[in-house]
Design a protein around this ligand. Sequence first.
Ligand SMILES: [Zn+2]
Length: 433
Amino acid sequence: MADGVYDVKDALPKVYERIEDRVDELVSLTCDLIRFPTVNPPGDAYQPCAEYIGKRLGNRGFAIEYVRAEGAPGDSDAYPRVNVIARREGKTAGPTVHFNGHIDVVEVGSGWTVAPFDAEVRDGKVWGRGACDMKGGLASAIVAVETLIDSDPDLPGTIEISGTADEESGGFGGVAYLAERGWFSRPRVDHVIIPEPLNVDRVCIGHRGVWWAEVETFGRMAHGSMPFLGNSAIRHMAAVMTRFESELYPALALRLSEMPVVPDGARQSTMNINSLHGGQAECEEGLPAPCVADSCRMIVDRRFLIEESLAEVRAEVVEILDKLVRDRPEFRYELRELFAVEPSIADRDGPVASATATAIRDVLGVEPSIVCSPGTYDQKHIDRIGKLDDCIAYGPGHLDLAHQPDEWVGIDDMTKAAKVMATVASRLLRREA
Ligand SMILES: [Zn+2]
C-alpha cells in the first residue's frame, strides 16, 4: 500500500485505542443525556436534550437540523416533539450510514433504589432511567463516530446521527414523522443502525408485529341488590376471557416462528391483557357504586409473527366475539383497533447486518447471534415508510433491563459497542463490507 493511503486494517486498532482513551468522555456523555428527564408521556425535556446533542455534534463539524413534529400526537408548545439530525459529508462521495437513537424514556415507576435522573456511576455501570434504553447506546454511537472521524479525516461518504422523539409511544413524532418526509429513504440514507439495548454480541434484524385493540362489552344498569333486573357487562367480559383461555391462548402457544426472536418465550404468538375496566368507578372514599355494570372494557396487546397476517390476528378475535353473540343471550360488543404494526425483518446477509456480525467477531472475538426483538422499535417506520430495509438494531445494554427500575448500562459494554459501531461505519463507508 502506497504512502498516505489509509489502510483500514492498520487504522482500526488505533480507533479502538482512542475509544478506550475516551471512556470517561463516553460515561459523562451518557450521564448528561440521562439528566434530561425526557419522560414520555408527556414528552418532557425533548428540546434541551436534542439541542445538547446538536450543539455537541455541531462543534464537531456536523450540519445540524432540528425538526419539530408539528401536529404529531402530543406535540404542543409545552411539549414540542423536537428531533435532531446531524449530518457530516466526507470529502469524497460514498454511501450514508445513519445512527438513530430515541431520546425519550418511559415513566420512572416505583421500586428504584437510585435517583432515576442523577446518573450515578458505580460498579462499572451508569444508573438511571434510559441508561440502557437507550441513552447509553446513543452515547456509544456518538463517541464511535467522533473517534472514527478524528482518526480518519478523509473518510468517504456521509455519516448521520439522529436523536428522535416518541419511540416509546410509537414513534409518530419521531422516526415516523421524519420517514414520511424522506429523512430515512434512499438516496439520502443507505444503512441504518439503531443502538437499542439488544446485548453487545447480538445483531437484531427485526421484530414481531403488534395489534392493540379495545374490546367493550355492554350490559344494562340496574340496582346492585337486584342484578336480575339488569345485565352485567362484566359477566359478558368474563365469558370473553373464558374463551380466550380455552381457545385463543392454547392456539397461540402452538405457533412458533422461524424468526429468531429472543427471549425464547417470545418465539410464539403472545397476547397480554393490558387492562380491564368495568362498571362505575368507586367514589373518592372508596365506597362502591351499587350498580350492575353497563360497560366493561379490555385492552389487549397481541404480538404476532412474520408467519401470521394482521388480518388473521384480527379475525380470530372477532370470531370468538361473534360466536358469543350467537351463543350468549344479550351479548353485545364493540371492537376498536388502537394500533397495528406489521412484523419487520431485514436480510441477515444484507450489508449492515453482515458488517455488524463481522465486526462483532473481529472486535469481541465471539460468534454473534442474529436475533429479532419481541417488541417493536423504530425499524418498522424505516422499513415500511422509508422503504429502507438495510436497517438493524445493535447496541449495548441488556434487553431485560429496559423499562425496569434501577436500569443501568455497563461501561465495558458501551466501550465494546462503540468499537463495533466504529468498525461497521468505517467498512460500510469505505465499501469494504
Ligand atoms: Zn428503546
